[in-house]
Design a protein around this ligand. Structure first.
Ligand SMILES: Nc1nc2c(ncn2[C@@H]2O[C@@H]3COP(=O)(O)O[C@H]3[C@H]2O)c(=O)[nH]1
Length: 639
């Protein structure tokens, strides 16, 4: 008989069954907010009539949506101000508070924004310094002075401010934020990064002034600034952080790989052009060619430079060099034969780099594809998965930031066994995720609306989402029940065994499947399903196992009673409840002192009944005696 069609359904587990040992302040505030909602909710629903109660089964979705909207209107969710937070904050909250006051928190948004600005400047240096050193036409353009303005007033300023900010950027000491400014400064000064930061800011441009004016070529100025590229570690830090921040890590990695390859090719093109200019354009078949006489006739923009007749414009120069660079580095086309041993050496190195680039590109691309498919192998994959999860379930704002912070921390620490993805998050965060994702649905479940608020928090981490396709049977009459269900979205029908008759339609927020798992006293069907439930279209249904439900209900007797009463009402309606047995079993299930009290009450009732009967018959007897006596007296009086 049992033919629950589970093949088409997908199981997505969320949350955890374990209790959170300590909740962060955010979660405490969240729970408080939740409790107050529930108190209001209880008041709101306490006036509901019996009839409304029985109408629960046939759900009216638009009405529900309206109710939900009203709820949202009624209860805006304010975020607690920092002053409201008590002393026993969670570590991340404390860190944020302490850092925010006087220091830059490496986990907050400002730090990342600053890193982005720095990375932008670094990329500018990486691309344009070498290009300006090689292609002098770039430096000697009409608005060539703009380069110097950007160099000195923007890029160098950013480099300088970055050093200042590093003196204010906090770090964790023994897992706690270090509040000691001199200590932070001392620590930074002692690092190699500090020396590199200083070296990268040495004004090597001043050497230009030492060159005799007649030998001063502007492109040397750009070449002298190449020490700005020493600060690569900061740029890499930005890339690492972006990788953990972004919602599309795979796309980011791919674009970063492409950018790196392009930059390598760009540098190669610049070096090729520099070598060609030193060797003399067109001096052999390998170097950058000079123009033919025919070309010269057509070209008006001739520039005399270093006694070499050179006639191409900047675009043609760069495009040819880049094309040459792509050819050599990708080794996919024929490249000009080197004509001397220096060129052979250069070409050998280039070809080797080309092979490495090719291997890295193919390897990385394969890795990325593999990573995207196997999300559970290492931290990187797990972080990706966690982010995907946040995005899919629209978890934004503070909770999202906290989870990302946590993942960032893991990323920095890099010493964690990354076997479990969301399991990597602490219980309270997982619980909050589950609440964030499932709470709305649970709050709409009518059977729980008058229950203790804590029950939902207990249940929320134990739900598993099942997706049913149109026509799928969630359960069939006669099957043994192992779990109950809450409808998240979609509609399900209570149908006759052959599916031809529809008895009721259950909509979003309805619960079902509780009868067979609650051991309802007097249930003639025992632990077997009492109805067939079929999905109308696609339905998202939360599944709660019998064990988890019983564990939760053990702490919440009111909810248990509600569920049992609801089940009994359905059983009574279907004539599947044996009232006598139900009463007997219920009595037996009561605690001993209650049973004794009940027994005593019953005995007293029985005795008082007997006493009543006795007194009644005694009174009757007395009345008869009196009547007889009266008659006898009357008789004797007459005589
Ligand atoms: N018996 C019965 N069950 C119903 C009805 N409407 C919804 N249900 C649900 O259908 C479920 C089928 O599995 P269970 O018997 O465990 O619990 C049942 C009820 O929760 C109804 O009218 N009668």
């Amino acid at each position: 008989m049992s033919c629950i069609d589970r093949k088409a359904s997908t199981s997505v587990p969320y949350g955890t069954s374990s209790e959170s040992p300590c909740l962060s302040i955010e979660s405490i505030v969240f729970q408080k907010r939740l409790s107050s909602r529930w108190i209001r909710n209880q008041r709101k629903h306490s006036n509901r009539s019996e009839q409304e109660e029985s109408e629960e089964l046939i759900e009216d979705q638009p009405k529900q949506a309206q109710e939900q909207k009203n709820d949202q209107d009624q209860w805006p969710t304010p975020t607690p101000s920092i002053n409201e937070l008590p002393v026993n904050l969670s570590l991340p909250s404390r860190m944020r508070l302490k850092f925010d006051k006087f220091y830059i928190n490496p986990l907050n948004k400002f730090y990342y924004t600053w890193l982005s600005l720095f990375a932008f400047c670094y990329l500018y240096n990486l691309i344009f310094l070498i290009a300006r050193s090689a292609f002098w036409l770039l430096e000697e353009r009409e608005y060539g002075f703009v380069w110097q303005i950007v160099d000195y007033f923007i890029v160098d300023m950013v480099y300088l401010i970055d050093i200042v900010l590093k003196f204010l950027t906090g770090y964790l000491e023994d897992g706690l934020p270090c509040p000691n400014k001199p200590k932070i400064a001392k620590r930074y000064v002692q690092t190699i990064a500090f020396k590199i930061d200083l070296l990268s800011l040495v004004p090597t441009d001043l050497i230009y002034l030492l060159i005799r004016p007649e030998y001063r070529i502007k492109r040397i100025l750009a070449a002298l600034r190449l020490n700005r590229l020493l600060k690569i570690s900061r740029y890499l830090e930005f890339l690492n952080l972006t990788e953990t921040e972004t919602k599309y890590p795979t796309a980011f990695r791919l674009s970063n790989l492409i950018l790196n390859i392009l930059i390598t090719m760009h540098w190669n093109a610049c070096i090729y052009f520099t070598i060609s200019s030193v060797k003399g354009f067109g001096s052999d078949s390998w170097v950058y060619p000079s123009l033919t006489l025919e070309d010269l006739e057509h070209n008006q923009t001739q520039v005399q430079n270093n006694n070499i007749l050179f006639t191409d414009d900047l675009d043609s120069q760069y495009i040819y060099c880049f094309w040459w660079s792509v050819q050599t580095l990708t080794t996919i086309a024929e490249v000009p034969e080197p004509t001397n041993s220096y060129q052979e050496m250069f070409m050998s190195i280039l070809l080797m780099i080309g092979v490495v680039i090719l291997a890295i590109t193919i390897g990385s691309a394969a890795d990325m594809v593999e990573n995207a498919n196997r999300q559970s192998l290492d931290l990187q994959q797990k972080c990706d998965f966690a982010k995907l999860f946040l995005k899919q379930h629209k978890i934004y704002g503070e909770l999202e930031a906290r989870i990302k912070n946590y993942l960032d921390y893991l990323w920095i620490a890099k010493n964690v066994d990354l076997d479990e993805v969301l399991n990597v998050l602490p219980n309270n965060l997982r619980k909050e995720i589950a609440m964030n994702v499932h709470m709305d649905t649970l709050k709409r479940v009518h059977v729980f609306q008058d229950c203790e608020p804590g029950l939902l928090e207990e249940l929320v981490t134990k739900l598993k989402l099942q997706i049913y396709s149109p026509g799928d049977y969630v359960c069939r009459k006669g099957d043994v029940g192992h779990e109950m269900y809450f409808i998240k979205t979609g509609a399900l029908q209570v149908v006759s065994p052959d599916g031809s008759q529809v008895y009721a339609t259950l909509g979003s927020g309805a619960a079902f499947g509780e009868i067979s798992i609650l051991d309802i006293p007097g249930n003639k069907n025992g632990n077997k399903r009492t109805a067939n439930i079929r999905s109308v279209g696609f339905s998202d249904v939360f599944q709660l196992s019998k064990k988890d439900l019983w564990e939760a209900l053990s702490e919440y007797p009111v909810a248990k009673k509600n569920l049992i009463e609801r089940g009994k009402a359905l059983l009574r309606k279907d004539k599947l409840l044996d009232e006598e047995i139900a009463e007997k079993i219920e009595r037996r299930q009561k605690p001993l002192d209650e049973q004794i009290e009940l027994f005593q009450k019953e005995k007293v009732q029985q005795l008082s009944k007997k006493l009543d009967i006795f007194f009644n018959s005694y009174n009757e007897f007395l009345r008869e005696c009196k009547a007889n006596l009266f008659n006898i007296e009357k008789h004797f009086d007459k005589k």
